[in-house]
Design a protein around this ligand. Structure first.
Ligand code: PMP
Length: 396
């Protein structure tokens, strides 16, 4: 796999283990960007010339690739955003805000990334609604026994992460979606950490909304996806207004464009969307199951070896985990661990990982986090373990 990634090829000394933050990009994705800017560059949907038509076809082709990749029924259900964050905000502003009243509630979990936490917290505070939180146990698994009590007739949204970017926990979303729908509560799945390595089918899952970011699935930054069921999108008001999202504008008022363009105001990230389409084709070619199996092996090996280190605590020991491994070390601050590892050309993340309420739950300020992708190797895991042992020596 490594030969497909120019940055990895250029830096053979580097063990890039910060893939939950962002993944490296394969040559085919970089080529797609270069091809767009050297061969196709034009604005879409409105330029009447040949280039405009070609750029539009490429952009809409990318939407079709996304639709197919996540198993959506219609391209109308795929809204391009700049990332998972913007997609959650869109749902909060366009879907929940008009429906949320004082005394209502929104349910999320304690392991949400701030992107799926703060929009709900702010909205609830503004409306006098309650933000209810599904707790986690010591292993980092959601305590779903609480869910039935948390969801009631005043719940206007349940928004839950599929895979925790801090703990690596894979949540049983199918079961959670069913529980929400038993009470006719709409549900949003934050799939930012799962789309790259787990085949998702939104129709089979039957979720109402699903969000993810391109840059975590080997695609460019600045592009993301909101999937929403067509009948839901049809009844949502846009929250950003401008060009491309309108059918007609007069002094009296504006008629909005059809789906999904109504939710894509302004010139979108065209090249990035095309790059996302390429990345998904690339992922399909490699096979998500194969990637998942590889990453699982890395996780199992890393967990076994790191667990042997005295004073090392793995934060997140769920039975079902993806390739994300958070840990703390006695006497060493996570930032010191990351800085020392960087001296051995090992790139990991340190801090709260945009999950501060979760850190508070575990009584820590942050963790060091290694996260794996398709191009990582067992040898890199061994280097990680050796380097952590080196850190232990420094601080003992
Ligand atoms: N949710 C999860 C689980 C994430 O890991 C991230 C990114 N770390 C986000 C949402 C937000 O993604 P972005 O910053 O690309 O919008």
């Amino acid at each position: 796999m490594r030969k497909h990634f120019p940055l990895i090829q250029k830096h053979p000394e580097l063990a890039y283990l910060d893939n939950a933050a962002t993944t490296q990009k394969p040559q085919v994705v970089i080529d797609a960007l270069v091809h767009y800017y050297t061969q196709l560059n034009a604005n879409i949907h409105r330029s009447p010339h040949r280039l405009g038509a070609e750029a539009t076809a490429a952009y809409e082709g990318a939407r079709e690739l996304v639709r197919d990749f996540i198993g959506a029924a219609k391209m109308e259900e795929i809204v391009f955003t700049k990332g998972a964050t913007e997609a959650v905000n869109l749902v909060a502003q366009s879907f929940v805000r008009p429906r949320l009243q004082a005394g209502d509630n929104v349910v999320i979990s304690i392991m949400e990334h701030h992107a799926n936490f703060v929009p709900w917290q702010v909205l609830c505070a503004e409306k006098g609604a309650e933000l209810r939180i599904i707790p986690v146990d010591e292993a980092g698994e959601l305590d779903l026994s609480q869910l039935d009590n948390l969801l009631d007739e005043r719940t206007k949204m349940l928004a839950v992460v599929h895979i925790s970017n801090t703990l690596g926990t894979i949540n049983p979303i199918k079961n959670i979606i069913q529980k929400a729908h038993e009470k006719e509560i709409p549900i949003l799945i934050d799939a930012a950490q799962s789309v790259a390595h787990y085949a998702l089918d939104v129709q089979e899952l039957d979720c109402d909304f699903l969000v993810f970011s391109g840059h975590k699935v080997y695609a460019p930054t600045g592009i993301g996806v909101l999937y929403a069921k067509e009948n839901i999108l049809e009844n949502m008001k846009p929250y950003q207004y401008g060009g491309d999202m309108i059918l007609s504008v007069t002094l009296e008022g504006t008629t909005f464009n059809r789906l999904p363009y109504r939710f894509e105001a302004g010139t979108p990230p065209i090249a990035e969307a095309i790059g996302l389409g390429k990345a998904l084709e690339f992922l399909r070619g490699v096979g998500q199951e194969a990637i998942q199996a590889h990453i699982h092996q890395l996780l199992v090996h890393a967990t076994a070896e790191l667990s042997k280190i005295e004073g090392l605590r793995i934060v997140g020991q769920a039975a079902e985990k993806s390739g994300i491994l958070s840990f703390t070390l006695d006497h060493a601050h996570p930032h010191d661990i990351a800085t020392l590892l960087d001296q051995s050309h090992i790139a990991i993340r340190a801090g709260h990982h945009c999950t501060q309420p979760l850190m508070e739950r575990f009584g820590i300020s942050g963790t060091a986090r290694a996260s794996f992708a398709m191009y990582n190797t067992m040898e890199e895991v061994d280097r990680l373990v050796d380097a952590v042992l080196g850190v232990v020596k420094v601080f003992s």
